[in-house]
Design a protein around this ligand. Structure first.
Ligand code: NDP
Length: 334
């Protein structure tokens, strides 16, 4: 049995991650750290968590915790991950790994130097839809991928309209929230890295003090694919999607940029449209946990590794710089 400790009584922990850990017959959540005793107790009651802590040091001194899930606001990922690594706990960290690439690298190195597994919770690559898209593209179903369009513009639910749209110190803004996920998903499907970006951000009604709640831009991949993306917190009626257009056909996936295990894919060639058969849908977060548990047992790697988190963060930072400067930015992975 692998014992997980959750850092942060957060929405993502409550809605997805605690259940995902407990759904695996060989792992369970035994502890939670919350700055608020009240929130901690509410989680303890709802999820029947054995131990609730309010101090990081006491939480990490719990020798029964094998794996720490860092699901707090973004500025806390670094100190909490470094402390977890110093206490010899494996870390599954939320995206974005940190607010700067230097900080994220320090986290990744700390885990790696301590011989610990670290992963990034990029959930989308666990979806059967994205895994199918990757297989189709890699098997040459559409020939050479030339262009991608990502539709990841949603209406931020009222209960999430807190630090994300208000607090730059916590890593607010749509780019660190959503564009990192687009990046990871496209890297995964195309098996390619982003070379440069252009982008334009905007505050269209939810972002306070000009914090971006919308971004549109283009990523240029090393092998030449151009990917257009629209990420937003203010679009209520569009649905999400991802299109990949190649020399020999197009893949058109709808409702796939979401936390839910839904969505469909059509393959289009000239006027012929074929619905792609998908395997049984599975919970994206459960697969992330299952893969992380396996990695801790020495069987393979997390679904999204720490390195994947570094790559997606580097691209998001380049997108922010491109929007800020109004210029094309070469992604700095160094
Ligand atoms: P929340 O705003 O729900 O929670 C963030 C932190 O705020 C919690 O850890 C909690 O810390 C504190 N908190 C929770 N509720 C309250 C409250 N009512 N008042 C004051 N503080 C509160 O964040 P999210 O769950 O939306 O995001 C957390 C992380 O997860 C972020 O890094 C985000 O980017 C990532 N995320 C990832 C997703 C994915 O699919 N991979 C999806 C959504 C988010 P404490 O209990 O210690 O006080």
């Amino acid at each position: 049995m692998l014992n997980w400790g959750i850092i942060g009584a957060s929405t993502i922990a409550k809605e997805w991650m605690i259940d995902a850990v407990n759904a695996n017959a060989k792992s369970r959540v035994i502890a939670l750290l919350s700055q608020s005793q009240q929130r901690g107790k509410a989680f303890q009651k709802q999820f029947k968590i054995d131990r609730i802590y309010t101090e990081l040091s006491a939480f990490l001194a719990d020798t029964e915790i094998d794996i720490v899930y860092v699901g707090t606001t973004n500025e806390l990922h670094k100190p909490q991950t470094l402390a977890a690594a110093a206490s010899k706990k494996h870390v599954l960290c939320e995206k974005p790994l940190a607010l700067s690439l230097t900080d994220a690298k320090e986290m990744v190195n700390a885990c790696s130097n301590a011989g610990l597994v670290m992963g990034t919770n990029h959930h989308l690559r666990n979806a059967v839809t994205h895994r199918k898209l990757r297989k189709l593209v890699q098997n040459g179903a559409i020939g050479q991928p030339l262009a991608v369009r990502v539709f990841h513009a949603v209406l931020l639910p009222p209960h999430l309209r807190t630090w994300r749209i208000k607090d730059p110190g916590k890593g607010a803004g749509v780019v660190l929230d959503i564009t990192v996920h687009d990046t990871d998903t496209l890297r995964f499907i195309l098996n390619d890295e982003v070379e440069s970006v252009i982008a334009r951000t905007s505050s269209q009604g939810l972002g306070e003090h000009k914090i971006d709640d919308t971004v549109m831009g283009v990523m240029q991949f090393r092998r030449g694919t151009l990917a257009q993306f629209h990420d937003s917190f203010v679009i209520g009626h569009s649905g999400t999607g991802l299109e990949i257009h190649g020399t020999d056909g197009s893949l058109i996936a709808t409702d796939v940029m979401t936390q839910h295990p839904i969505g469909q894919i059509n393959f289009r060639r000239e006027n012929h449209i074929e619905k792609i058969q998908l395997p049984q849908a599975i919970n994206l977060y459960k697969r992330a946990v299952d893969r992380f548990n396996e990695a801790v047992r020495g069987e393979g790697q997390p679904a999204a590794t720490a390195q994947d988190g570094l790559q997606s963060l580097a691209v998001a930072l380049a997108v922010m710089e491109a929007a800020h400067t109004g210029t094309q930015i070469k992604v700095n992975y160094a």
